[in-house]
Design a protein around this ligand. Sequence first.
Ligand SMILES: NC(=O)c1ccc[n+]([C@@H]2O[C@H](COP(=O)([O-])OP(=O)(O)OC[C@H]3O[C@@H](n4cnc5c(N)ncnc54)[C@H](O)[C@@H]3O)[C@@H](O)[C@H]2O)c1
Length: 146
Amino acid sequence: MASVGTTSCVVTGGARGIGRAIAERMVARGHRVVVTDVSEAVTATAEEIGAAGLVHDVRDPDAHRAVAAEAARHAPLAAWFNNAGVGDDGTLVALTDEQVRRLVEVNLLGTMWGTRAALDAFGPAGGDVVNVASLAGLTPAPGYSV
Ligand SMILES: NC(=O)c1ccc[n+]([C@@H]2O[C@H](COP(=O)([O-])OP(=O)(O)OC[C@H]3O[C@@H](n4cnc5c(N)ncnc54)[C@H](O)[C@@H]3O)[C@@H](O)[C@H]2O)c1
């Protein structure tokens, strides 16, 4: 990662949980952090941890570009954490259309839109993309069909 104190990073789905913990760690390391989430709770989280907060739905490709631009306003963008995710479990037969669509749009496409925005925004020095995923992304897991 580029030198501490001079770079920014984005953490999606960071209003709580693992994303919040990542954002706190990156703030502690001196990065300018933009934490985003579909939940408006992200505003309070950002204030508590010393980051900038944006309400952002990772299903929206254009919104990612706006987030990248906001991060670049703070400092050159050097890292992007695709952390936002949903974890509806169940068989494909049991899940509703809406659940299947949300799982794919958030966990898969949201990661792609974020990665694309990050790659587009990184400077000549490049940057790091970190995808937070489930074991179900590595191997078939009973009960996690999608
Ligand atoms: N905790 C676990 O055991 C576990 C296991 C497997 C995978 N994961 C993955 O790790 C990541 C973080 O998990 P967590 O345990 O902190 O979950 P969490 O539910 O506490 O946090 C996920 C965050 O993502 C946000 N989010 C959901 N949909 C979104 C959207 N469309 N746009 C933007 N933000 C959205 C939620 O509002 C929430 O704040 C997720 O990608 C999850 O799938 C976690």
